[in-house]
Each structure stands twice: as structure tokens, then as C-alpha cells.
Design a protein around this ligand. Structure first.
Ligand SMILES: [Fe+2]
Length: 163
């Protein structure tokens, strides 16, 4: 069960019941981004083998992108009048992605794990786009479409890496 959000004074004219549902969806996505951010660092540090130099750099690009995106998601929650989750404890409680242990990873193994995570995030984003669309929240839908397109690009590249 997603953590209920706290409302703020900000009112951009959306139905309160709709913003609660949309904010919960965004907070769940925000929680997943934090797990992904940590996991990308894990793999950046622990990748071993022939793919080291390539993936070490690629993973840095991916976690930098996630870092920028999680700020956009949190600020979208505020724009629709709710508070973003802002503690690691809340992220772990609300995330649907899972962490991985600190150990050596071969390139193919870590790319397969990330591919599943990125596919899961596209599924979440499409649900949020539909939810926002149903309630006239074009701003959230537009933000989420941009995020979805970034995930689709990552999925294409991760899939191509696997050959
Ligand atoms: Fe580094």
C-alpha cells in the first residue's frame, strides 16, 4: 500500500482526489528511481571483465540522468499540491524495484537486470500517463511522456548490448 501523501497550499485547479492518486503514483516512481540510482552506482563500481571500461562509463551516464529525473518527479508532486517522499525509509517502503548485493557483476548479467528494471519503469510511467490523462493533468502526463521516452531509449540500448 502506497504511503498517503501530505497536501500543501499549492492549488493548480485539479480535483483533490485526483491529485492524491497522481501524487501517490509519482511518489512510487520516485521511490523506484532512488533504488535504481543506488543500483546503477553498485554496477558502476562492481562491473568486472571485458565490458568494464564501456559499462563503467555508460552506468555513470545513466545514474546522472536518474539524478536529474528524480528532482523533476519530486517537484512535479509539489506542483500538484502534495509533498514528495523524502527519506530513504519511505523510498524502501514504496519502491517496487529491488536492490542488489555488492559483488562482482559481468556485463551481460547486470544489463539483463537493468533491462527488467527499465521495462518495469516504462509500465509504471504508462499507467501514470493514463491516470493523469483521465483527470486532465496534462502537465504530469507531459512530464511522464518525456521520462517514458528516455526509458525507451535506454531499453533499446540495453537490448542492443545483449545482441
Ligand atoms: Fe565513478
Amino acid at each position: 500500500m502506497a504511503t498517503a501523501t501530505t497536501k500543501t497550499k499549492t492549488n493548480v485547479g485539479l480535483e483533490p482526489a485526483a491529485t492524491e492518486a497522481i501524487a501517490q503514483a509519482l511518489n512510487g516512481y520516485l521511490a523506484d528511481l532512488h533504488v535504481l540510482y543506488t543500483k546503477l552506482h553498485n554496477f558502476h563500481w562492481n562491473v568486472e571483465g571485458e565490458a568494464f571500461y564501456t559499462l563503467h562509463e555508460v552506468l555513470e551516464g545513466l545514474y546522472d540522468a536518474v539524478h536529474a529525473e528524480l528532482d523533476d518527479v519530486a517537484e512535479r508532486v509539489l506542483k500538484i499540491g502534495h509533498r514528495p517522499l523524502a527519506s530513504l525509509a519511505d523510498y524502501m517502503k514504496n519502491a517496487s524495484l529491488h536492490e542488489e548485493p555488492s559483488r562482482a557483476y559481468k556485463g551481460t548479467e547486470l544489463v539483463e537486470i537493468l533491462l527488467k528494471d527499465y521495462q518495469h519503469l516504462t509500465h509504471s510511467l504508462r499507467e501514470t500517463i493514463n491516470l493523469a490523462g483521465e483527470h486532465g493533468d496534462e502537465g504530469t502526463a507531459d512530464d511522464a511522456v518525456g521520462m517514458l521516452k528516455d526509458k525507451e531509449k535506454a531499453i533499446w540500448m540495453l537490448t542492443a548490448y545483449l545482441g
